[in-house]
Each structure stands twice: as structure tokens, then as C-alpha cells.
Design a protein around this ligand. Structure first.
Ligand code: FES
Length: 466
């Protein structure tokens, strides 16, 4: 039987005051594709999450054995390995993989271990024409076939046909390369669910990395990613955004088991404060000189909204800067902050002005440490050669995101998020109860943990438990 609360609402039915995302799209007056109109939420329960999942070695070990070994996970961008022989080393927990372009349109992923005595074949990203072990010189071709064993006379028991480098599965979407260690993995196209359709007007393969920044985070990988999965924290952590950000009236969507979406709109005042006038909002949003049209007054015309003024300016600015034609895109497609999540750790944003991608993973086998990757993906110009991607910048744990200027204005906001993470990780160890979540604003956390729990409960070799 459904629980009832005051006012007759069932748990999960309550929403913030203020206009909804869909009402604001109505007000925009244009007609975005159907998936921007979807509103896909279900109440998943309101019990506390156990804290052990964030802090215990035992839980981490189960995650590695039962989840990370079985899921599709983003390993690199294709643009990082543009030429045959280019390769990236992708590490997760104790495991290491070589992602290599072994042909013009062929990418493979090998376990990063020499079949002689186990030496890692690649210690870092780079380009090679073969994989030669630095210990005794066993050598493999780029396609993984065995090429040479020094002193072959001493290894008559080695069947060369059986000594190819072991491969794991590779999937490619949007210019990203995913791997999966599970030979019985769900087909990659099925794993992607709604993403290809929802990103059809924002093709990620036609973008290139203008920032590629990595930082070790002093917290569990889930603590780190959950700082970016809801807008509930905006009022406290990013109060500067409230005059022009609909934070508490963000829409949260759950698509199947693996995918969720956050839909936050600029150009409206936070429900936490008294509404500003459209003119006041426009004045704040139009401060950048880049957005001003010569001769245009600041005053909104009758019927004009802050969002309509801003989207016009942003459309012009983006078209000028990136040589793109955005004339067919609607207001919400250009303006809004729409962050997708693909289980277990991949966050591509549908966001023209701040085209972010996040990835989070454990740092080795330490449940108190994680690796955060942040990318910015800007459009490849319609004419001329494809620009080179930004090189990977690795920040030390004591460095700030503000030391990566390629992240532009977002780095200061990241610092506001990151400052809480070590306090969360330490504080959790004092919690005598579990983690208590909001029914709606934190539904994406619960959704992610619901699937994680299923993996962790399923021993290797068994079908995923319901
Ligand atoms: Fe690789 Fe010996 S360990 S050649």
C-alpha cells in the first residue's frame, strides 16, 4: 500500500514551487524533439542507503569482482588514438588494458600483461608499431597476434596460435571507446539505451576535446560523482547561481535501469528566492560583451523573455566561435543544462555552451580515493582539419581545478563541489545510520545504487539478480 503524507501526496509526488521544466519549455514557444518533453520518474523507495558501500574495503572488493568486471565502461576518446598504433592505457582497480587503433577503423582492447611472466606491456599512453615486452622481448603485433619469442628454441611448448594477447570487448559511440571484460556482456548498442536518440541533435563524435583534465579525489568514486548528480546542492554550494538558475525545479528522469537525466534551466530564478523580473534576469545573463549585438539596447522588447534574449545571443556567439549552424535547434537544446548518466560512471552533458563530460572510477583499490576525469567537447569546425584534442592534464591532489585554465569558468564551480568531498568521506565513517535521500531531487543516486546493489548481490557467472 502506498504511504501517504500530509496534503495527500504519495512519496515522490511532491515537487518544488515554481514553474516546471516542461512549463518553461511551453513558455519558450518552440517545439523541441519529443525526448525533451519526456518526464520519466518513478518512486524507488525512501530507505537509507548503507554507508559501507562508500567506505568499506569489503564492499569495494565486491564492486570490483561483481560490477566493474561486467559493465561497459568508457576507456578513452577515439581522437586520443587517431593513427594506427596509437594506444591508451586504461586502468580500473587492479586491472589494466591497452586500447589500440590497430587499423584505420579498427580499435581493440587487450589485457595489459605479457604472456611470458606478466610484465605490463604498456606503462603509459603513446604510439607503437608492435607491443614489445621490456623484460625479455616477447613481441606482439598490433592486432594481438604473437610476433616473436626471443630464443624460441627454449619454448617448444608455446603454441603461437594460442599466445595472442587476450582481448576484451570494445564498443564505440559518440567518439568514445568503451570496454567490457565480460565475454557474455549485454550488446553495447542495447546498453546505450536512449542515448543515441537523445543525442542525435548533439553528435558527440563531431566534437573534440578542448579540455581533458584528471584529478585524484580524496573520497570514494561514488561520493565524487554524486556531487554532480543533483541540483539540490546548488542553493548551499553555488548560491551565486540562484538568481538565474532553476535549481529546486530541476527535472530528474530515470530511463530504464542504467540511464538518468538532470534537466536544469538557466534564465529563471531559483524557487529559493523571490522571483526577479525578466529584465533583471536578462541583465545578469547578458553581462558578457560577447553576447551583445551591436546597437541592441539592454531593454527587453514587449513579450521578450530573459531566455529568448539569451538564447538568441548564445546562438549567435556559438555560431561565430565554432562555425556551426544552430538555426534548426530550439531554445532548450541550446540553452539548458541537461546532464545524462550512463551506469556506472559516465556523464555526458547535452549542453552547447558548456559541453562537459565526466568520468569517475576507483583509484586502485582504495575505497577512500578516486579518479575524476573532466572533458570539454567543442564542435569540430565544419571546414578545415579536425583540431587536435587537448592533451591530458593530470592535477595532483593538492592542486586546484583553477590550475587548468582550459576548463574555463567551470573550474571555480568545481572547487566549490570538491571542497565538500573529503568532509563527506570522513563524516560518513561517523554515521550510525545510513545515507538519507530526497525522494525526487536525489532519485538519480538511488537509481544508480539500485542497479549497483543488484550487481554486488550477484556472484560471478550468474545472471544479474533482479
Ligand atoms: Fe615479458 Fe618476459 S615478462 S618477455
Amino acid at each position: 500500500m502506498n504511504k501517504q503524507v500530509k496534503g495527500g501526496l504519495k512519496p515522490g509526488d511532491a515537487r518544488s514551487v515554481g514553474p516546471s521544466v516542461q512549463q518553461i519549455i511551453d513558455r519558450d514557444g518552440d517545439n523541441p524533439p519529443a525526448w525533451f518533453r519526456e518526464n520519466s520518474y518513478e518512486f524507488l523507495g525512501d530507505g537509507d542507503l548503507t554507508v559501507d558501500r562508500y567506505i568499506s574495503q569489503e564492499y569495494h572488493d565486491l564492486e570490483m569482482e561483481r560490477m566493474w568486471s561486467r559493465v561497459w565502461q568508457m576507456a578513452c576518446r577515439e581522437e586520443e588514438i587517431p593513427e594506427v598504433g596509437d594506444n591508451v592505457v586504461y586502468d580500473i582497480g587492479d586491472w589494466s588494458f591497452i586500447i589500440v587503433r590497430d587499423g584505420a577503423d579498427s580499435i581493440k582492447a587487450f589485457k595489459n600483461a605479457c604472456l611470458h611472466r606478466g610484465t605490463q606491456l604498456r606503462a603509459e599512453d603513446g604510439s607503437v608499431n608492435q607491443f614489445r615486452c621490456p623484460f625479455h622481448g616477447w613481441t606482439w603485433n598490433l592486432d594481438g597476434s604473437l610476433k616473436e619469442i626471443p630464443c624460441k628454441w627454449d619454448f617448444p611448448h608455446v603454441d603461437e596460435e594460442k599466445f595472442s594477447l587476450p582481448q576484451v570487448k570494445v564498443g564505440r559511440w559518440g567518439g568514445f571507446v568503451f570496454i567490457n571484460m565480460d565475454k557474455d556482456a549485454m550488446p553495447f548498442e542495447e546498453w546505450l539505451g536512449v542515448l543515441p536518440r537523445h543525442f542525435s541533435t548533439f553528435p558527440l563524435e563531431r566534437r573534440y576535446m578542448t579540455a581533458n583534465v584528471r584529478r585524484i579525489m580524496p573520497c570514494n568514486w561514488k561520493v565524487a560523482q554524486e556531487a554532480f548528480i543533483e541540483s539540490y546542492h546548488v542553493v548551499e554550494a553555488h548560491a551565486q547561481a540562484m538568481p538565474v538558475t532553476g535549481d529546486a525545479n530541476t527535472q530528474y528522469d530515470l530511463f530504464g535501469d542504467r540511464i538518468s537525466r538532470l534537466y536544469t534551466q538557466p534564465g529563471v530564478t531559483s524557487p529559493h528566492m523571490a522571483p526577479l523580473s525578466e529584465q533583471d534576469i536578462a541583465n545578469i545573463m547578458m553581462q558578457s560583451p560577447r553576447l551583445k549585438k551591436p546597437g541592441e539596447t539592454d531593454a527587453l522588447a514587449p513579450g521578450e523573455t530573459a531566455r529568448s534574449r539569451y538564447v538568441g545571443a548564445l546562438r549567435r556567439d556559438l555560431e561565430e566561435r565554432f562555425g556551426a549552424d544552430l538555426s534548426s535547434l530550439t531554445t532548450t537544446e541550446i540553452l539548458d543544462n541537461i546532464e545524462y548518466f550512463l551506469f556506472p560512471n559516465f556523464f555526458p552533458w547535452f549542453n552547447f555552451s558548456l559541453p562537459l563530460v565526466y568520468r569517475f572510477r576507483p583509484n586502485g583499490n582504495d575505497p577512500d580515493s578516486s579518479i575524476m576525469d573532466v572533458m570539454l567537447l567543442h564542435p569540430v569546425p565544419d571546414e578545415g582539419p579536425r583540431p587536435d584534442p587537448a592533451p591530458l592534464k593530470i592535477l595532483r591532489p593538492d592542486q586546484s581545478f583553477t590550475e587548468a585554465p582550459e576548463l574555463d569558468q567551470i573550474s571555480a564551480i568545481f572547487e566549490q563541489d570538491v571542497s565538500n568531498m573529503p568532509r563527506v568521506q570522513k563524516g560518513m565513517k561517523m554515521l550510525e545510520k545510513g545515507v538519507t535521500l530526497g525522494n525526487y531531487q536525489e532519485s538519480r543516486l538511488r537509481h544508480m545504487h539500485r542497479l549497483l546493489d543488484r550487481y554486488v548481490a550477484t556472484p560471478p557467472g550468474e545472471p544479474l539478480r533482479p
